[in-house]
Design a protein around this ligand. Structure first.
Ligand code: SF4
Length: 313
C-alpha cells in the first residue's frame, strides 16, 4: 500500500541535469518517490528520497510550469520527465497529473520524452499517439521472466503489458527505445534470458535498446539486502561487487560501485551480439560507464526545427 502525500513545490519546475544524455533539454519531476518501488532503484540513495512505499505529489506543478513558461523568453523545444520518478506509477492521482502536464506541454507544441516501466492509461496513450512526432519514449524492461520482474520491480507493469504498449507505441510512429537497465549480473545476463528478451522486443518492432549493468551505492545494497529473501541469489549478486572500487560518474559529481570493467565488457558484448541477431542495435549508457564510453540518450534526439519520428540516434 502506497502512502500519498501532497506537497507544494518551491523550487523551479524545469531543471537542468549534469547527466550528459539529459543536459540538452530541461527536466520535470512530478513526484518525489516512485510507487513502482524497484529494489535496485538508484533514487534510493538521494537525500530527498521519501522512503519505500511513499510518494510525494507536487500539487502546484502544473500552475508553476505554466508560470515558468510564460516568463521564459524562449520556450524549450522539449522537456523530459525525470527517470527518478516514473510518470506512469499505479497511483490514480499521479496518472491524472501526468496526463494534465503532458496535455499542456503538447498543446504548447513542446516535445516530451519519458522513460517508464508502468502501464500507460488508454486516454494518455491516445494523447501520445496523436502527437507522435513530439514524443520520445523509452520503455524499461530488464527480463523476460515474470518471477524476476516481481522480485525486482514489484509494482511495475508486468512484462506482457509493457510489450503490448511497446508495440502500440512503435506502430503509432513514436520514436521508442527499450531500456534494458539495470542488467542484473548472473540473473538477467544469461544467454537464455538475453535471447528471450531480445526476441520479445524484436516482435514489438523496436530496433534500439540501451544497456547498462547494475551499479551499487550503500542505499541500493541495503534495499537489495532487505528485499531479496533468497540468500543464495543475494550473496551471489553482491559477491560480484566485492572489490568495492568506486567509479566517478555524472561528470564526477558522484560515484558508484560498478561491476568490474572486464565483466561489463563481456556482458555488453553478449547483449550486442544477441541483439544484432534480432535486428536490435544496443547502446551502452555512457553516463554510468564513463570508463567504457557510449551514450544511451534517455531524452531521444531533438533537432532545432524538426521533430522527426523514429529518430533516437
Ligand atoms: S520505475 Fe524507475 S524511478 Fe520508479 S522505482 Fe523503478 S527504477 Fe525507480
Amino acid at each position: 500500500m502506497v502512502n500519498i502525500t501532497w506537497a507544494e513545490r518551491k523550487s523551479p519546475v524545469l531543471s537542468s541535469s549534469s547527466l550528459a544524455c539529459l543536459a540538452h533539454i530541461p527536466g520535470i519531476n512530478l513526484t518525489s518517490g516512485c510507487a513502482h518501488d524497484c529494489i535496485y532503484c538508484y533514487a534510493h540513495g538521494y537525500s530527498a528520497f521519501p522512503g519505500t512505499n511513499n510518494v510525494i505529489i507536487y500539487e502546484n506543478i502544473l500552475e508553476k510550469l505554466k508560470n515558468e513558461l510564460t516568463r521564459k523568453r524562449n520556450k524549450p523545444r522539449a522537456v523530459y520527465f525525470s527517470p527518478s520518478s516514473d510518470i506512469f506509477q499505479p497511483v490514480p492521482e499521479v496518472l491524472e497529473l501526468s496526463h494534465s502536464v503532458l496535455e499542456f506541454l503538447l498543446s504548447r507544441d513542446i516535445g516530451i520524452a519519458f522513460l517508464t516501466k508502468g502501464y500507460i492509461p488508454d486516454k494518455t496513450l491516445k494523447l501520445l499517439l496523436n502527437n507522435a512526432d513530439k514524443v520520445r519514449a523509452q520503455i524499461g524492461i530488464i527480463t523476460p521472466d515474470e518471477n524476476v520482474r516481481k522480485m525486482f520491480e514489484p509494482n511495475a507493469a508486468n512484462i506482457q503489458v509493457r510489450l503490448e504498449q511497446m508495440e502500440k507505441i512503435a506502430a503509432g510512429g513514436i520514436a521508442v527505445e527499450a531500456r534494458l537497465v539495470p542488467i542484473l549480473p548472473g540473473i538477467t545476463d544469461t544467454p537464455d534470458s538475453i535471447e528471450r528478451l531480445c526476441a520479445a522486443i524484436s516482435d514489438t518492432g523496436i530496433k534500439h535498446a540501451a544497456i547498462s549493468a547494475l551499479f551499487l551505492r550503500p542505499a541500493i545494497t541495503a534495499t537489495l539486502r532487505k528485499h531479496i529473501i533468497d540468500k543464495e541469489i543475494l550473496d551471489s549478486l553482491l559477491s560480484l561487487y566485492k572489490d568495492k572500487k568506486r567509479l566517478a560518474v555524472h561528470a564526477e559529481h558522484s560515484s558508484i560501485i560498478p561491476l568490474p570493467r572486464e565483466k561489463r565488457d563481456e556482458m555488453y558484448s553478449h547483449f550486442m551480439e544477441i541483439g544484432k541477431k534480432y535486428g536490435i542495435e544496443m547502446s551502452i549508457c555512457g553516463c554510468m560507464n564513463p570508463d567504457i564510453g557510449g551514450i544511451c540518450n534517455i531524452t531521444g534526439k531533438w533537432t532545432e526545427t524538426v521533430l522527426q519520428p523514429g529518430l533516437f540516434h
